[in-house]
Design a protein around this ligand. Structure first.
Ligand code: FES
Length: 248
């Protein structure tokens, strides 16, 4: 039998009402090629314009449409309803973040953590800017996997360590730190490792690995953090044995 309707259970929270989050049910038309974001947009456009959620690209690039779908952090634009719905599609804001309204959560804390690892190329001296800083294919390959991160925050929603210790710098910021530490044009590796080699840094990670399970881009932040632990240890040993040496 071809289904023609699907039930969405969406968590609603309106801070101005002062109440607690509650679920609201919507029964909407269903097609087998619908993703969860299509359902949310149908509700917004045809049923309830007050429903609030983020999205932009609709193609897994901007990272803004993340939500917990049937209990797991997912990009709603990349999740087919047919793959997740068993009776109903339950959509909630990403876990471990303060809710601003309905499915919209507050990412400010993440943005501060991201800034703390300088997620860009750092150079002491840019030298002659008319000249190319050549990247060979093998140079790019060294950080290609981490560079795929779209800052969607699914890894933070899945991470039990971040859930219990919100000061933890977390998976995406760490993966992006590794991305720039592996860039041959960068000179900021030592400062990034110093920041990550702290009580709120990589050592909080207990290698649960859920971050890598939910990552829609196969960035594998859990592996990136273990690599950073090795690099931070090497940096520490080098500084002990060769004071004044840099980490690169
Ligand atoms: Fe951009 Fe989903 S809408 S990643």
């Amino acid at each position: 039998m071809v289904e023609s309707e699907v039930v969405f259970r969406v968590k609603r929270y309106r801070p101005e009402s002062g109440g607690r989050p509650t679920f609201q049910e919507y029964t909407i038309p269903y097609r087998s090629d619908m993703v969860v974001l299509d359902g949310l947009n149908y509700i917004k456009d045809h049923v309830d314009p007050t429903l609030t959620f983020r999205w932009s690209c609709r193609m897994g690039i901007c990272g803004s449409c993340g939500a917990d779908v049937n209990g797991q952090p997912r990009l709603t634009c990349g999740t087919y309803i047919r793959d997740v719905h068993k009776g109903a599609v339950t959509v909630e804001p990403l876990s471990n973040f303060p809710i601003l309204k309905d499915l919209v959560v507050d990412f400010d804390d993440f943005l501060n953590k991201l800034a703390s690892v300088t997620p860009y190329i750092v150079r002491k001296d840019w030298g002659d800017l008319t000249k190319e800083y050549v990247q060979y294919p093998e140079d790019v390959e060294a950080y290609r996997q981490q560079s795929l991160c779209i800052n969607c925050m699914l890894c933070y929603a899945a991470c039990p360590v971040f859930g219990s210790s919100p000061e933890f710098v977390g998976p995406a910021a760490s993966a992006l730190a590794l991305r720039y530490n592996r860039d041959t044009r960068d000179q900021g590796a030592d400062a990034r490792l110093a920041r990550l080699n702290t009580k709120t840094g990589i050592w909080e990670c207990t290698f649960v690995g859920e971050c890598s399970v939910v990552c829609p881009k196969d960035v594998d932040p859990a592996a990136a953090i273990q690599t950073l632990k090795f690099l931070a240890t090497m940096r520490h040993m080098r500084r002990l044995l060769m004071p004044g040496a840099s980490s690169r």
